[in-house]
Design a protein around this ligand. Sequence first.
Ligand code: 2U9
Length: 340
Amino acid sequence: MREEIQKIKEDTLEQLTKLTSSEELQELKVRVMGKKGSLTSLLKQMGQLSAEERPKMGQIVNELRTQLEDAWDKKWREFEKNALESRLREERIDISLPGYSLPQGHQHPLSKVIEEIEDIFMGMGFTIAEGPEIETDYYNFEALNLPKDHPARDMQDTFFITEDILLRTQTSPVQIRTMEKQRPQLPVKIIAPGKVFRNDDDATHSPMFHQVEGLLVDKGVRMSDLKGLLLYFSRQMFGESREIRLRPSFFPFTEPSAEVDVSCMLCGGAGCRLCKGTGWIEILGAGMVHPHVLEMGGYNPKEVTGFAFGMGVERIAMLKYGIEDMRLLFDNDIRFLEQF
Ligand code: 2U9
C-alpha cells in the first residue's frame, strides 16, 4: 500500500506540472480525490489493514492529502494570476487615443422658421397658444362657422377617428378654446403654431404640415390694423423692401376675407420663374373674424371686432430659403438640415 500511495503522489505531482488551465486542474483533482478517485479507492481498502498498520497508513494518507491540497492551491493561484495578467494586458486602454466623435443633429428649418415667426409676433405683444392635435368636430368645424354639411367642410380632406373626433385640419380650434377660456377679457392677442393634418399626399402636399395662425380680438380692431401688421410681418420675414397686396377671397370663419401676396423675394417684383412672371407670391390668408365665430368664442360681435390670419409654415420656409421640393423638409437628411 505504501508503494501505491507513493505512486499516486509521484504521478499527481508530475501531472500537476503539465497542467495548462484551471479546468484541467479541477479534472485532475476529481481523478485523485473524487468519489471514484485513485486516492479515494485506496482509502476504501484501509479496512483490510491490521489494527497496527491502519493508523500509520491513515497518517501517511492525511499527509499526502495536505501536500496535494497545498500543491493544488499553489497551482490554482498561479492560473488565477496568469489569467488576471493576460486580461490586464488585453484590456489596457490607450488614453492617448482620440475618442470617436458622435454625429451631431441640427435644428430643423421648420423649427427655425416657427421660432422666427413667433419672435416677430411676440415683439408685437402676441402670446403663443397651443392646443390638442386630436380635436372634436365642434372645435375644428362647428365653432368656426362650418356647420355639418357645409360645402366648405371637405370630408375627403379630414382624418376622422370617430364620427365626432378627428385630427385637426387647422390650428383655429386653439383660438376658439383660448377665447372661451379668456372671455370676457380683452384683448385676445395670440398666435397658434402647430401641426395640422389633411388627407392628401403628393409632391406638393403632406398629410401632416405646420401652420401658424393669429387672432386679435379687441374693441375697434379694423382691417387696416390687419394690413399694417401683415406688412410689418412680411418685411421682417422676407426683407425690408417687400410690399404686400390683399386680394378678396372667401373663408367661412372670416368676413371680409383676403389672400395676401408679398412682392417676389427673388426678382423684387419684376417677374421671374418663382412668381411665374406676376411679381407677387401668395403667403397667407386673413380676414376680419366672422361675427358668428366671435359669438361662438363667447364675445359680443356688437362690442368687439377681430382679425385673424393663417399661414403654412412649409410654404414660408420654402420661399425664404429657396427650397424647391417640399419633401426635403420631411426626409430629415442631415446634409440638408445642416444648410440652415
Ligand atoms: C378663429 C377665427 C378665424 C384663420 C385663418 C386663413 C385665413 C388661411 C390658410 C393659409 C394656408 C391655411 O395652411 S393653409 O392652407 N389659412 O387662409 N386662416 S383666416 O382664421 C381664424 C382662425 C381662428 C377663431
